[in-house]
Write a protein that binds this ligand. Sequence first.
Ligand code: C2E
Ligand code: MG
Ligand code: MG
Ligand code: MG
Length: 277
Amino acid sequence: QAKSEGGGCVRFFQPEMRQHTERKVLMLERLQRALAQGRFELHYQLQFALDDLHISGLEALLRWQDEELGRLAPDEFIPVAIEYGLMPAIDLWVLRRACMDNRLLIDSECLDVPMAVNIGSQLFQQPDFAERVRDILSEVGLPGQRLELEVTETGAVQDAQVVTENIRLLKRLGVSIAMDDFGTGFSSLLRLRRLAFDRLKIDRSFVRALPSASDQAIVQAALAIAASLELEVIAEGVETAEQLDYLRRCGCAYGQGFWFARPMPLQVLRRHLVLSA
Ligand code: C2E
Ligand code: MG
Ligand code: MG
Ligand code: MG
């Protein structure tokens, strides 16, 4: 109790709060430096068609290992980057690097599939976002058909007008749009249709417990919504043969997860592809 400690002052600031803030400030400094020096890495996770298990795509996932802070998971540092407005710049860095790496995979005849890149809502809501994408594609020489952008439900609905216009312009470039973490937000069917997505990614929280009954219902509902809106569906977080089996029987066309492949650095991916060819 603040009072019994004497002096009559109230301690609002607990020691663990100060530690938390100090760590955040340090993280912010290190993030700014990593961005300025291009010190992030990308890992790539393969996506598969469930019928014949051919590789249908790739997803770029951000990785950060800092000299002082060590290796941090995206779920730890992305919220800090968002809070301090750094995420749009980081996402643009990821976008350019992922497009370059996909160009390299195509040129080396390793793999020729679309590359999916996660885009935070801050960037997706910028009015010039589609133009930035067009510039990166032409700079790298990657056809728009070889790029897919993933945005979450909640990310897409905040400034629906700008987002809708960006999606329209992106689709004219041949870029496809996926709704990530489907089922965790609050989209109405009307909004889903208006935003003109190409694909839904069923969140891995619903795949995890398959084939438990309640998750079956959610997955089947997602598949029915996708079918009625003529959207493709990919299930994320497929970890077991049972989950794969179930999804396949339900008619889910695509899957991604540890059962198929973990996210890996470009060089490891290339070796993997050469060896399995
Ligand atoms: P997400 O886009 O939904 O990505 C899927 C996450 O699930 C990734 O975590 C991936 O490593 C993980 N994962 C894939 N297969 C499995 C599996 O079978 N089991 C389990 N348990 N996990 C699996 P990661 O790489 O830690 O990324 C977490 C989230 O951070 C991503 O979720 C995405 O929302 C965000 N993120 C990652 N990279 C970027 C980026 O470049 N930009 C933005 N804006 N967000 C990013
Ligand atoms: Mg994603
Ligand atoms: Mg996801
Ligand atoms: Mg997720």
